[in-house]
Structure formats: structure tokens, C-alpha cells
Design a protein. Structure first.
Lengths: 346, 307, 297
């Protein structure tokens, strides 16, 4: 860690101790033509310096909404935070107006997006876009800012960066664009990086390279990372902890190895069954039946009950809360009434 | 870029040829005999024959078409029958006036529409937006000739602040400019509003915000530049409507422009001038759209750098 | 304090969104009522007044609005330069406007949609030819084309309808074509094709229904445009023939009397504005309702 810590954090304990970013009981609602949709319902998690937390879920589960809520990027006027806290360095970002939160964006918390082509402004040279944080936030002159941008582009591995700095986004390949996005996000040495599906739009071979780059940069800078993905395979090697989201709630959270070995929620176990793995070569993949629920019309009780093979009457009446099931390790939580009965801790 | 330029130029020439042909056909192939229209139905046969010969109507249609196209390319659009002058020189005398009027109206429209559209987009669905969008809807519903007459009635006849007709000093430009600019303002305002709203939903705006840029820079640097690209195309397309509006506006204010020349020529049944006016207006429109397309290429690197 | 501010903001934004949605219904019904009233007036008023546009009553000429006439009746909106009642004349003019509008939209709509379907469905040279023709036509400001054709054809309500149909079909053809292109590869069209539906069936039973919503939206906005162009042509003297009352020609006639009888030029314009506004608002509301890509919030 090269820069000084802000807020009450103690640098010496930050690697393992107090969380850098802490989301508590976050609730986000959207007003749509058909009614009010609760996109996030009581979401809590935290992430410490040097640590990577993966947030996993299907599209529409609320993982991207979480990122938008933290960065004050919720689409206005439809979406808004209606409850909970986003604590960073002693401030509650959820209670501050977007213009205040924006001061933290880039310098403290940065974000990269799913589709690097549409996330880069098509009419500006990439150099100008990477240099922009230096010019607008640090007040540097054009020459200095572009020199810093060039350093960054080299650092993220853009070949021939000296000439390519003058090119436009559409002239780069998908992987290179995402590298440019990463360079831009890291410009001001943020403490937290939120990566929203950073490899989803990329070729499989390139996915690996980008994930490795992110891991290397994290090791270099000691930043905390929130890695949002729908792909369990992508995050397994990078993240230590994961949170699984379903219909706006976290349904299971804990150390990622634990969750892979001993899932405590039928949804997680279904997700694991539905990805190809070495152990299941030759076997049949088991998809989760049904489709994600409509947020405007959630089933009563546990939102997963219509798709759950184990659902009983209690699941349809009472929504389960996160708890550590008996027999599972400390720090591994799931929101299921039946963890012990149905998912024996083998 | 060069290929794009050549293709675009070729298309412009093709459209101009098409316009010339359509104008030729409309004027020649209609059942009415231009000679009869010019001289009146009770004119003696010798006079009719003379007129037909003067106009080249005694030749075959194909020969007429060849002559017409040849003339058009060399800048000869025939003689005015009523003014005994080449149509081109008649147009040359009034075209600068129309150009002045059109440019003024465009400038006024842009100066008004940009801030209005911006405010409406940034305050979408709030009171300000509602006032602006309703206002633009209302403005668009005002027939330009009627609003011209009303403004004449109020400002020149009743209040006597402004001259009523003709072109006599800058003051006489005020009312025609307003009348010509009004519908343009409302179309542009809505275009700018909707264009900005669309751009504001793009991912790169999220990126700009995630970089922690102040909203002012997000809007004026990242959004406006992108929203301007389609708006400029619309300005080009709307310029045609503006030229059409000039025909009506100039008639209301007896403003010596190409539109008024066109209408008086129609009344005098001076078909060579009518044809020439329509051709020139269409040509101006095609050229402006060509320029707009090239500007589009300049503003959008995706087009500029495409091979 | 910490949580209260965002919650309040949420309630406000949600209220706004709800109000915007409710507004669409009002914005459809209100203009329909206004248009209905004008239609009734356009049919009934000239009959009730036994209106004859050519009948001159020189004693009654240029009477201001509300003037009591020699026969004891009140001229609600005054009289014109030949002494005919302005209210009856305006309503007779609105009748011409509506007639021209309906007939033009029927002709240009049918021709345009049919050609657009053909071009979109078959593609190839049909499409290429049609689009080049459209390009050329769009290189004309549409009123210029109308003026040119009208001046050659001569005056007359029928001619106006022809002129306006010629300058309007392109709009419908383009809308229908682009809609067909976007529908063409949808599953339900593919399904019909695989099931052996012929070209005719595909175009008129499968694709056409999908084109109706945008076509109706465009028709509404074009109605206002057609009415405006008719009035402009009549104002310029290349529209309706002498003796046929039109809002445009009445406004033109009034320009000779601006200093003495302001009402002749201004009042017909008010009706024209109301008509244009009603169709404009209706078109906008229909677009909000049917075209989600342009819907705001």
C-alpha cells in the first residue's frame, strides 16, 4: 500500500482486520410501469483491503444493482436506495447525495463494467479518456496527464502503447478495451475496485488474461476487490469469499472453497451442478428448472421455493434469514430452512 | 474515408439527377399545355405555336430532356417568359436574401433550442421539462403563415414597431426570422432533449460518473458531444423544411427571396423559372446534406476512420 | 436524518413516474374529444347557417365579432369582406381540411404501407428501387413538391388530395418497411414461413398486423402535417379553387383587411392551431403508448 489511509482504518490491520467497505441491510427499489420492484432486499456484505469478494447470481438477481447503488449510479428517477447503509471510511454513502458520493468515486472506489466497448466513449481518444481522471480530478496539465495515461496503458499491457494512445476505442480488441477500462479505473489508486462482469463480453482465452491482470494489480496495490459475475468458474481462482444472490437477496455467503464443497443452499448446489467441471466429465449437467422470479411479483416465503426440489409448506410461508446451519463452519451462512435436512454436510 | 467521400458524392449527384428528372417530368408530362397556360385558352393559334417553339415544346420529349439536362449542367435553366431574363440571373438576385434569412433562422433556432433541450433532458419528467415539451408541441402546431400574419398585425400594423413588408434594413429581417425559426426551434428542442436522454443512458456515461467526474463535465463533455451527432443530421434534414418554410414566410412578408420568386412565377405561369427555383432549392438542400454527412464523419471517429 | 432524505426523494420520483403514466390516457382522450367536437361542428354548422360561400351581402361586410346584423342575428365571430358569417365559413373550412386530411391519409397510407410491405418482404431490386425513389423525393422539401405539382395540376380539392398523397406516401412506406425488416426474423414469422405460408399470407396476415401500431402513430402526426400543408397551399393560392372555403384561403383573404378587420385572418388560424395541436398531442401520446423505445421514464 503506497498511499495513506483515510478514515478510521488502521493500515496495519487492514489486510485482515476492519472492513474497508461495508454494506449493511441495503434495500433498493425501482418504480416501473407495472409497479414497484424491490431489486435489493436487505443485502449485507463487507470487503477488506487486499481481499476479493465475489458476488454471484443470475441476471436480474441484483448483483449489478448492488454495484450501481454503491457508486450512486442507480438509474434516475426510477431507482433509489430506500434503506440500509453503505459505510466507507466512516461515511454512509447511502445517505449522501450523488454529487458527494461522486467525490469518492475514482479516488477511493472505482468500477469497471461488463461491456468495454459501450463503456468507453466512442468519440474520444483512449489517451484522453485515461488521462481524464488526472486532468479533471488532479488538475494536471495535458502533457503530464497523458504521460501518466501512457504509464497506465503500459502497465495493463497494451502493446505499442506510445502510438495506440491516440487511437479510438473501436480500434481495439475486446480484451484490450477491458484493459483500457482497468487502466482508467486504477488511475487514481482506488482502495476498492468493483468489477461488474469484467470478462463476460470477452472470448474465453482473453477472460483468463484479464482475470490474471486484475489479480496481479490487486497484489501490487493491495486494493479490495468486489468481483461481480454469473460464472462460478471465473471467480473461483481469484476470490476467497463469495456471496450468492437470488431475487435481490443474498442466499448464501462464506469462504468460496467451503461453498463449493458443502453448499448450504439448494440454489447454490443447483448452480454447482449446472456448471461443467472435471469431476463431472462424461456425466449429465443438471440445470436448475424454472426461471428467475419476477421482482414485481415475488413468491411468498422463500423466493426460490417454486424452483426448489425440496420446498415444503414452511418455505412458501416464511422467508428464511441468513444463518450458519448446524455442522457448517463459522462464517458460512445460508438463507434456507432446510440446509441441515436436505444438504447433508458430507 | 476517401471511399466514403466518393460514395457520398456519387449519391448526391444521383439524387440531383433524379430531382431534375422528376421536375422535368412533372412540368412536361402533365396533361396541361404550358403554352395554353401561359397565353390563355383564347389565344390565337399562331401565338401558341410561337410560344411552343420558344419553349422548345415542338421537339420530342427526349430531345427536350437532353437539352434540359445539358442546360442544367452548364448552369442554363432557361429564359423567364415574363421577365425576359435568364432564370438563373433572376434567382441569383434573390438567393442571397433567402440564404441570409435561413442562416439567421438556423442560428436563432440553435441558440434557443440547445439550452431548452438541455434543461428539459436534465429535468426529464419534471415541471421544467413539461413546460418545455408542451411549449414545443404548441409551437409546432402554429402554422407559419398564420403566425406571420398575426405578428404582422401586432408588431407592424398595431404597434408600428417593425416594417411590414419587403427587405429594408435589419429591422425588416426580425419578423421573418422569428416565423421561420419557430417550428425549427420546437423540432430541435425535442431532438436535443430526446437525444441527450438516450445518450445519458449509455454505459460510457456511467463510466464517466464512475470516474468521479462532476456532473457538469459528464454532461457537457461526454454526453453533449455524442448527442450532437444525430442532432446535426436532423438539422440537415430539417433544413429542407426550413427552405419550404421560406417559400411561405417570404410570401407573407413580401420578402424578396427565392420562395417569393417561386410563388410569383407560379402565378405568372412562368414555368422555366418555377422549374429553375425548384431545382436550385433542391440542389441547395442536397449540398447541405452532403456537408452535414461529411461533418458527421468528422464528429464520429467510427465513421471517419472506417476503411 | 440519514435515511429520511433518500426515502423522500424516492417517493417523489415514484409519484412523478406514476403521474407520467396516468397522463398518457388523458393525452389520448382529450384530443379525441376536441377532434370530435370539431368534426360535429364542421358537419353541422354550415348546414345550420345555410352557408353559401359565394353569396355576398355587402351591407353586412366586415362586421366585428359579436355584431348584431340587420336581420337581428348575431355574427359570433364577425363577417368577412363579402359579408358572409365567419363562424360558418371557418367550420366549412375545417370540413375541407378534415376531408383532405382523411382522403390523403387513406390514399397515401394504403399505397405507402403496401409498397413498404413489398420492399421489406421481398428486398432485392424492389427494395433498392423504392428506397432510391424515396431518397429523391426526400431531397425535396415536401411543400415544394406539393407547390410544384399543384401549380401544374391546377386548383381543386381533388388535385390537392392527389398532390398531398404523392408527397406523403414515402413516410408510410419507410415506416412499414423498417417495421417489416425488424419483424421479419422474429420467431412467429419464421414459424409461419416454415408452415408454408405464401407471400400474400406472410405480408398481409403475419407482417401487416405488426406494422399497424407505428403506422397509426405516424398517421396521426401526418394528419396534422397534411392539414397544415393544405392550408399553406390554399394560402399561397395553389390550393382550393376560388369559392371553396378553406382555412388557408380565408386567412389569405383577411390579409388585405388586417388594419380594418383583424378577425378574418386571425380566427380561422385559431381553429387550425387547435386542430394541429389536438393531432400533435394525440400522436405524441400514441407514440408513448405504442413505441416503448421512445417512451420516457
Amino acid at each position: 500500500m503506497t498511499t495513506t489511509q483515510t478514515g478510521p482504518l488502521n493500515p496495519s490491520t487492514s489486510m485482515s482486520g476492519a472492513p474497508l467497505l461495508s454494506v449493511q441491510d441495503l434495500t433498493v427499489e425501482f418504480s416501473t410501469a407495472a409497479g414497484v420492484a424491490r431489486a435489493l432486499d436487505g443485502v449485507s456484505f463487507e470487503v477488506s483491503a487486499g481481499e476479493t469478494l465475489a458476488i454471484l447470481g443470475e441476471s436480474g438477481s441484483g448483483k449489478s444493482t448492488t454495484a450501481q447503488a454503491i457508486m450512486a449510479l442507480l438509474p434516475k428517477p426510477a431507482g433509489a436506495i430506500t434503506g440500509g447503509k453503505i459505510l466507507y471510511a466512516g461515511r454512509d454513502l447511502a445517505a449522501e447525495p450523488a454529487s458527494k458520493v461522486r467525490e469518492v468515486c475514482g479516488t477511493e472506489i472505482a468500477m469497471i463494467f461488463q461491456d468495454p466497448l459501450s463503456s468507453l466513449n466512442p468519440v474520444f481518444r483512449v489517451g484522453a479518456q485515461v488521462a481524464e481522471p488526472f486532468r479533471r480530478r488532479r488538475g494536471m496539465g495535458r502533457r503530464d496527464a497523458w504521460a501518466r495515461a501512457l504509464d497506465l496503458l503500459k502497465r495493463v499491457g497494451i502493446p505499442d502503447a506510445e502510438t495506440r494512445i491516440n487511437d479510438y476505442p473501436h480500434q481495439f480488441s475486446g480484451g484490450q478495451r477491458q484493459r483500457i477500462m482497468i487502466a482508467m479505473a486504477l488511475a487514481l489508486d482506488p482502495k476498492v475496485l468493483i468489477a461488474d462482469e469484467p470478462t463476460t463480453a470477452l472470448d474465453v482465452t482473453v477472460q483468463k488474461q484479464v482475470m490474471n491482470l486484475l489479480a496481479d494489480l490487486q497484489a501490487e496495490t493491495g486494493m479490495a476487490m468486489v468481483l461481480i459475475s454469473h460464472d462460478l468458474g471465473v471467480v473461483a481462482e481469484v476470490a476467497k469469499r463469495a456471496a450468492i444472490m437470488y431475487a435481490g437477496r443474498i442466499v448464501e455467503t462464506g469462504p468460496i472453497r467451503d461453498m463449493y464443497d458443502h453448499p448450504a443452499h439448494p440454489y447454490t448446489s443447483g448452480l454447482l451442478d449446472s456448471i461443467p467441471s472435471q469431476s463431472s466429465v462424461g456425466g449429465r449437467l443438471k440445470p436448475i428448472v424454472g426461471s428467475p422470479p419476477n421482482l414485481l411479483n415475488l413468491p411468498s416465503g422463500c423466493a426460490f421455493n417454486p424452483r426448489c426440489p425440496f420446498a415444503i409448506d414452511r418455505c412458501r410461508e416464511l422467508a428464511p434469514t441468513l444463518r450458519t446451519p448446524e455442522g457448517w463452519s463459522e462464517g458460512h451462512q445460508a438463507a434456507c430452512h432446510l440446509s441441515e435436512e436436505m444438504l447433508a454436510h458430507v | 474515408m476517401v471511399g466514403y467521400l466518393v460514395r457520398r458524392l456519387f449519391l448526391a449527384v444521383f439524387v440531383l439527377w433524379g430531382v431534375a428528372t422528376v421536375v422535368f417530368l412533372i412540368v412536361r408530362v402533365v396533361p396541361a399545355d404550358p403554352a395554353l397556360l401561359i397565353a390563355g385558352s383564347d389565344a390565337p393559334a399562331e401565338q401558341l405555336a410561337q410560344i411552343r417553339q420558344d419553349l422548345g415544346l415542338d421537339q420530342s420529349l427526349l430531345v427536350q430532356y437532353g437539352r434540359f439536362l445539358g442546360g442544367a449542367v452548364t448552369g442554363d435553366l432557361g429564359q423567364s417568359y415574363s421577365m425576359k431574363q435568364p432564370a438563373v440571373s433572376l434567382i441569383g438576385q434573390v438567393l442571397p436574401n433567402t440564404a441570409l434569412l435561413a442562416v439567421l433562422a438556423c442560428a436563432v433556432a440553435l441558440l434557443l433550442a440547445f439550452p431548452l433541450g438541455l434543461i428539459a433532458a436534465l429535468r426529464a419528467n419534471r415541471a421544467v421539462d413539461r413546460v418545455v415539451t408542451t411549449g414545443s408541441l404548441f409551437t409546432q402546431a402554429l402554422p407559419n403563415f398564420w403566425i406571420g400574419v398575426v405578428l404582422l398585425l401586432v408588431f407592424s400594423r398595431t404597434l408600428k414597431w417593425l416594417p411590414s413588408v419587403g427587405l429594408d434594413g435589419p429591422k425588416s429581417l426580425i419578423l421573418p426570422t422569428i416565423v421561420l425559426a419557430l417550428p425549427f426551434v420546437s423540432v430541435l428542442t425535442r431532438m436535443i432533449r430526446n437525444g441527450l436522454l438516450e445518450v445519458m443512458g449509455e454505459s460510457y456515461i456511467q463510466t464517466a460518473r464512475a470516474k468521479g467526474l462532476p456532473e457538469r463535465i459528464v454532461i457537457f463533455r461526454h454526453a453533449v458531444r455524442n448527442a450532437a451527432i444525430p442532432v446535426i443530421t436532423i438539422v440537415g434534414l430539417q433544413f429542407g423544411t426550413l427552405l419550404g418554410g421560406a417559400v411561405v414566410t417570404e410570401s407573407v412578408f413580401s420578402f424578396p427571396g427565392i420562395g417569393r420568386l417561386l410563388v410569383t412565377s407560379i402565378q405568372l405561369r412562368d414555368y422555366n423559372v418555377v422549374q429553375a427555383c425548384v431545382l436550385v432549392i433542391a440542389a441547395v438542400f442536397v449540398i447541405i446534406n452532403l456537408v452535414v454527412d461529411l461533418m458527421y464523419g468528422f464528429l464520429d471517429p467510427r465513421v471517419r476512420l472506417a476503411k | 436524518m440519514t435515511a429520511a432524505a433518500p426515502v423522500l426523494a424516492v417517493n417523489a420520483t415514484m409519484r412523478r413516474a406514476r403521474r407520467a403514466r396516468r397522463g398518457v390516457k388523458t393525452r389520448i382522450i382529450a384530443p379525441l374529444v376536441v377532434i370530435g367536437l370539431i368534426i360535429v361542428g364542421a358537419i353541422a354548422v354550415p348546414i345550420a347557417f345555410a352557408f353559401d360561400p359565394l353569396q355576398a351581402d355587402l351591407l353586412a361586410r366586415l362586421a366585428p365579432p359579436g355584431a348584431v346584423m340587420s336581420d337581428g342575428s348575431t355574427a359570433l365571430l364577425g363577417t368577412d369582406q363579402i359579408g358572409s358569417d365567419l363562424f360558418a365559413q371557418i367550420m366549412a373550412g375545417a370540413r375541407v381540411s378534415l376531408l383532405v386530411g382523411v382522403a390523403t391519409l387513406a390514399i397515401s397510407g394504403l399505397v405507402g404501407v403496401a409498397l413498404g410491405l413489398l420492399a421489406g418482404h421481398f428486398g432485392g431490386w424492389i427494395d433498392a428501387t423504392l428506397m432510391r425513389v424515396a431518397d429523391i423525393q426526400l431531397a425535396f422539401p415536401s411543400i415544394l413538391l406539393a407547390i410544384l405539382i399543384a401549380s401544374v395540376l391546377g386548383q381543386g380539392v381533388g388535385n390537392i388530395i392527389i398532390v398531398l398523397s404523392i408527397s406523403n406516401w414515402v413516410v408510410f412506406a419507410r415506416v412499414a418497411r423498417s417495421q417489416v425488416l425488424s419483424l421479419k426474423n422474429r420467431e412467429y414469422v419464421e414459424a409461419a414461413r416454415t408452415l408454408g405460408a405464401g407471400n400474400w399470407h406472410l405480408m398481409f396476415r403475419t407482417l401487416l398486423p405488426g406494422c399497424m401500431a407505428p403506422v397509426i402513430v405516424v398517421a396521426t402526426t401526418q394528419f396534422a402535417q397534411v392539414i397544415l400543408t393544405e392550408a399553406s397551399l390554399s394560402f399561397l393560392g395553389v390550393g382550393v379553387p376560388l369559392g371553396t372555403p378553406s382555412l388557408g384561403s380565408t386567412i389569405f383573404n383577411g390579409t388585405q383587411y388586417l388594419s380594418t378587420a383583424w378577425w378574418i385572418s386571425t380566427l380561422p388560424g385559431v381553429v387550425l392551431v387547435i386542430l394541429m395541436l389536438a393531432f400533435g398531442i394525440l400522436g405524441d401520446a400514441l407514440r408513448d403508448k405504442y413505441d416503448p423505445t421512445l417512451r420516457s421514464a
